[in-house]
Design a protein around this ligand. Structure first.
Ligand code: ADP
Ligand code: MG
Length: 621
């Protein structure tokens, strides 16, 4: 294996190669890099296909994947095998999706546990991580093709409101796509960097970033000082965006045209054509006053800008209300904002631009392409991390991830590597067995998915948890890493207040060569690690399901008929057989799905016994 050096101030592997910046969007994704000559960020346009890659993955009959514009065509013709908006599912459990379950045109699996959402395509279960990895692989391939060099490292952006689990999922997707993810950066931070804000460490600024994409909207207020980007507040609506503009136009046309109104629900092609025309009309109206076109033999499409503006006014007003809320959460007045930045394709709509500029009392920045600005900023961040900008001071970071062991021996990262120190982070866990009074907390360091491949730092028992049903205790585990590199791990059971802590120095006895080796191992074993994680997660889901169902039968058997009990036992046995035979994750999840579908009506029948409640929250052995 080639020898590579590690930069201990950034934790990055130093190689003479390009590091790309990636905007992994809900609707569209892009990859950008810093041009080696003029040192300016540019979005990669491979073979003239354009810089924008629609975030759509299609699975062909032969099991291959198609990503981007070519996949988009299958949204209408083959929706069950065509995945869009996967970013909405990243790091989410089914319970998190709540009322939006029906949004998706493909099958989202409900295993109804703490487990993360999965998508079923034909007979294979895909995690949103694997699906996002397909998009990242495509971006990586385009970058390699256009730049004619291997691309192994990247900075990937996420919305400011993404939680730990969504950020971790994004990292994992990068890893699966063969990328070392040097840092996860907030989208508004990247947008500010693209405008050159925050690059000078002496600069102090307050910035508002307004991001209106295809299906999501967010506003973030950032405070930038000493090169640190702090998110003061965020607000928005994860189900509001340019798609709503398109829908408003379609509804308007349908109302105007009785013939279309009568046929649109029957004619799939017509509804697709309407969608395309509506989006086209919207885009044309961003620069012209009138749009005229037709759907051959079916209808004339006509729209004037002022009509369009009347249609979307309520939506635009909602986004401005969010801005007002974000400002009030940040305890700021509009005049205290130094710059307003426009991000996302939908900010090209002149009415949106004017409304935002008016609210903040100054013209918003829109000189950079709003589709590209996040990717461009990510490329700048990548360049900073590569150490190419000597003018920028980098803060101390942890070279390896710190985390704890969860069920099945998996590593649950609490402080990701490359985090600036001092830092603190935490997560809540619960018990997996009824009446459990002790919880073992094992602290590990390293990048591998299974803890036994990582370095154990400490272990202690949290004792005296009051006996409660599984899933009821709430145990907060906090990691506090101080400026001297000393890690304090504390665990507190919130209901009883029982508390335990330990201090370690993660870098103690660890040489630079060992750190380097651990990083290299995590890259060479990425694929097998992700597979190991998925199989352990599937087995854990299965174990929990079996525990709950068997306990349910024991306690509530009287509410079920003999046939129901019989069938349940049969499905339980089937799942046990799959587990015993060492079945793969798809076989396990299929058996879980069967058992879940069969038994889920029981819980409703026995309302007062909430089988579900006990299944929420993360569990430690
Ligand atoms: P995301 O960040 O959610 O992936 P984007 O920032 O790429 O999304 O925005 C995509 C949206 O921008 C789509 O709804 C698209 O129709 C809209 N859009 C793109 N160009 C224009 C334009 N010229 N005028 C109005 N809307 C546009
Ligand atoms: Mg975006």
């Amino acid at each position: 294996m080639a020898k590579v050096a590690i930069n201990l101030s950034t934790g990055a592997l130093q190689q003479e190669e390009v590091i790309v910046g990636i905007d992994l969007g809900t609707t569209n994704s892009l990859v950008a890099y810093i041009h080696p000559e003029d040192k300016k960020p540019i979005a990669i346009n491979d073979q003239g296909q354009g810089t924008i890659v629609p975030s759509v993955v299609h699975f062909t009959d032969t099991g291959e994947t198609v990503v981007g514009t070519a996949a988009k065509d299958y949204l209408i013709t083959d929706p069950a095998n065509t995945i869009y908006s996967v970013k909405r599912l990243l790091g989410k459990s089914y319970q998190d999706l709540g009322a939006h379950k029906d949004y998706f045109g493909y099958k989202v699996i409900d295993d109804d546990s703490e487990g993360l959402v999965k998508v079923r395509v034909k007979n294979t279960f895909y995690s949103p991580i694997e699906l996002s990895a397909e998009i990242l692989k495509e971006l990586r391939a385009r970058a390699e093709h256009a730049l004619k060099t291997p691309v192994n490292r990247a900075v990937i952006t996420v919305p400011a409101y993404f939680n730990d689990s969504q950020r971790q999922a994004t990292r994992d997707a990068g890893k699966l796509a063969g990328l070392e993810v040097l840092r996860i950066v907030n989208e508004p931070t990247a947008a500010a960097l693209a405008y050159g804000i925050g690059i000078d460490p002496n600069e102090e600024k307050t910035v508002a970033v307004y991001d209106l994409g295809g299906g999501t909207f967010d506003i973030s207020i950032l405070s930038i000082h000493q090169g640190i980007f702090e998110v003061l507040s965020t607000h928005g609506d994860t189900y509001l965006g340019g798609d709503d503009f398109d829908r408003a136009i379609i509804n308007h046309w349908i109302q105007e045209n009785q013939l279309i109104a009568d046929t649109v629900n029957l004619d799939k092609n017509l509804s697709q054509e309407l969608r395309l025309k509506a989006e086209e009309a919207k885009k044309v109206l961003s620069s012209q006053q009138v749009y005229t076109s037709s759907i051959e033999g079916k209808m004339e499409c006509h729209l004037e800008r002022h009509t369009f503006e009347a249609l979307i006014a309520p939506i635009v007003t909602r986004t401005i209300e969010s801005c007002r809320q974000a400002m009030s959460d940040a305890k700021l007045q509009p005049e205290q904002v130094d710059a307003v930045i426009m991000v996302g394709g939908s900010t090209r709509v002149p009415m949106v631009y004017e409304a935002v500029s008016e609210f903040f009392g100054r013209p918003a920045n829109n000189t950079l392409n709003p589709d590209e600005v996040v990717a461009l900023g990510a490329a700048i961040q990548a360049d900073i991390l590569a150490g190419n900008r000597k003018d920028i001071l980098l803060l101390d970071v942890t070279p390896l991830t710190l985390g704890i062991e969860t069920m099945g021996g998996l590593m649950d990262p609490i402080i990701p590597r490359n985090s600036k120190i001092p830092t603190k982070a935490g997560r809540q866990y619960t018990t997996s067995i009824d009446g459990q009074v002790n919880m073992k907390i094992s602290v590990y360091q390293g990048e591998r998915d299974v803890v036994h491949e990582n370095r154990k730092l400490a272990e202690f028992d949290l004792k005296g948890i009051p006996a409660m049903p599984a899933g009821f205790p709430k145990v907060d585990v906090n990691f506090i890493l101080n400026a001297d590199g000393i890690l304090k791990v504390e665990a507190i059971e919130l209901r009883s207040g029982t508390h335990q802590e330990v201090e370690v120095k993660p870098q103690y006895g660890l040489t630079d060569a060992q750190v380097e080796q651990m990083l290299l191992d995590s890259i060479t074993h990425a694929r097998e690690d992700v597979n190991a994680r998925m199989i352990i997660e599937a087995r854990t889901t299965a174990d929990q399901m079996l525990y709950q169902v068997e306990r349910f039968l024991e306690k509530n058997g009287e509410y079920l008929t003999e046939e129901e009990i019989q069938l349940t036992r049969q499905n339980v046995q089937q799942l046990k057989d799959v587990l015993a035979s060492g079945g793969d994750k798809d076989a396990i999840l299929t058996a879980v799905d069967v058992l879940e579908e069969q038994t889920s009506p029981f819980a409703e029948r026995v309302m007062q016994i909430s089988i579900k409640k006990a299944m929420s929250g993360k569990k430690i052995e």
